[in-house]
Design a protein around this ligand. Sequence first.
Ligand code: 4UV
Length: 541
Amino acid sequence: MENSGYGGDGVFRSLRPPLVIPPDPYASMIPFLFRNISSYPNKPALFDSDSGETLTFSEFKTTVAKLSYALNNHLGITKNDVVLIFAPNSIQYPICSYSIVALGAIVTTVNPQLTVEELLTQIQDSKPKIIITVQELYQKVENFGLPVVFLGSKSSRNGCFSYQDLISKSGSVSELPNVAIRGDDTAALLYSSGTIGVRKGVILSHKNFIAASQMVTSDQRLMGEQDYVHLCFLPMFHIYAFGVILYSQLQEGNTIVSMGKFSFHGVLNNIDTYRVTHLWAVPPVILSFTKQNVIKKFHISSLKVIISGGAPLGKGLLMECAKRFPHVFVLQGYGMTETTAAISMGSPIIEHGVFSGSTGRLLPGIEAQIVSPHTNNYKSLPPNHIGEIWVRGASMMQGYLNNPQATMLTIDEHGFVHTGDLGYLDDEGYLFVVDRVKDLIKSNGFQIAPAELEARLFSHSEILEAAVIPYPDNERGEVPIAFVVRFPNCFLTEEDVKRFIANQVAPYFQLRRVIFVDRIKKSASGKILKRVLVEEIRSRI
Ligand code: 4UV
C-alpha cells in the first residue's frame, strides 16, 4: 500500500518530490514569471503562428510593462479592477493577461463563441471595467457601454483603444509596475460550472498559479532539460491553456507557439517550423491524429511529448496515438478549473512505454482521498476502490465569486475540493478517472452546464419539464441531449426545440437530440434522477 502513497489517515500523498514554492518577493505571479529571464533574455518566449510575430523573453517583459503602464495611465485600471478578455488565441493574449495581473487587477476570460446574452451574464457577475477583444467580435460587446481595447492595429476612437497605440504611448517604460500584491490576492476569475448549476467565477490567486506552475513543471526540472517549445492551439480562455501551458511553461523559460485555430495540417506544419517539443491536446484531437495517414510527410522529429486532458482518453485511443508517433511519449493530465491546473499527470521519466490509461500520479504537494459517493459517513477508501476523488493542495481555488453556497458544497472544512469525478488510485499511486457523478457535460474539452440548457428549456411556454444529460459521441466525447415533457395538447417537435436552443447559445452548446417523454424520473424529494437517465441511455447504445 505504501507504494500507492496511501497513509493510515486515509489520505493519498504525492509520490513525487515535495512542492517547493519560492518565498516572497515572488508572492505575485508576474515578478515570479520573469524571475530568471536575465539568464535567457534573447530566447524566444512567444511565437504567433498566425501573424508571424515573435517576442524574446526580454521583449515579452518590456511589452507587459508597457501595457500595464498604459492600462493604468490611460484606462485607470488599478488593483482589484476586473478586465475581461474576449478573444481568440494570439501572442497578445498572455501579454494582456499578465499586464492586467501585474497591476494587481483581475483577468476574467470568455469563450469567444458565447452569445451576447451569455457574455452579459459573466459581465454582470464579474463587473469588468474594460473589455479587450478583436475587431471581429466587436459586435458582441459594443452595447455593454464599457471601454474596449482592440488587439491588432486598429486606431483608437470613441471609447475604443488600440492595443498597439497603448503600447506606443508607453514610450520607454520597461519596468513592471510597483504594486503591493499578496499571494492570496485574486489574479483571475475563470468560469466553470463546477459540480452543479450554472457557470460560476472560480477565484484563483497569485499563489494558486505559482504553486500550480511548480507542480506542472516538476518533472521537467528533475530531467534538467530546457528549451522546450509548447504548441498552444487549446483555447487560452480555459484553465488548461491559461494555467498549464501558458503560465506554467513561460515561467520555466519555455517557448510558446500560439495557434488561433486547430487544424491537423497546421499543427504538423507548426511542429516542423517551430521545432515543437510538447503538444497539449484533448481526446477529440488525439482521435483526429489517429485517423490521419499523412504524418510521415511532415518533419516532426522534434516532438517529444503529447499530453491529453480535459476529458477521458480511452486506453485504446492512447495506444493508437502512440503507434502513430512512435518516438513520442503520450501521457494524460487530469485537472479542473477549481484546481488551477493539473492534479495528476503522466511522466516521461517513469512511464516509458507504459500505457495503462491512468492520468498519472498526483503532482507534488497534492493530497487525495477517494470517498464512496453512496455513503454519508465520508469514509475514505484504500487503493483500487472506486469513489469520488477529493483533492487538496496549494493550487485549490479560493472559492466561487458571489456564491458562498456553491463554495461550501465544493471545498470542505479540511480544504478538500470535491471534484465530482469518480476514480481510484492503484497500488502504485496511479490515478484512474473512470466516470463523473457531477452534473456536467464535456464536449470537445469544453464545459456544458446542463442547468443552463434546462433553464432555457423551462423558459419555453410549451415545455413542462426538461432534463439535459451527456450522450456519447465519437468525435466530441459527449454531446448534450434533452428529455422533454410537453404541456398537454402541445405539438412541439424535436426541430422546434433544437432551434429554440440554437438561437440562444454558443454552437457547442446545441442539443444533439430531444427525446419527448411523459414524465421524468425523480427521487422522493422531487430531484431529477440524472444518473438513472444517463445509465438508461448508456444501456440503449
Ligand atoms: O474545469 P474543467 O473545464 O478543467 C479541465 C482541465 C483540464 C486539464 C487537463 C490536463 C492538465 O494537465 C490540466 O492541468 C488540466 O478540463 O473541467 C474539469 C473536469 O474535466 C474532466 C473532469 O470531469 C474534471 O472534473 N477531466 C479533465 N481531465 C480529465 C477529465 C481526464 N484526463 N480524464 C477524465 N476527465
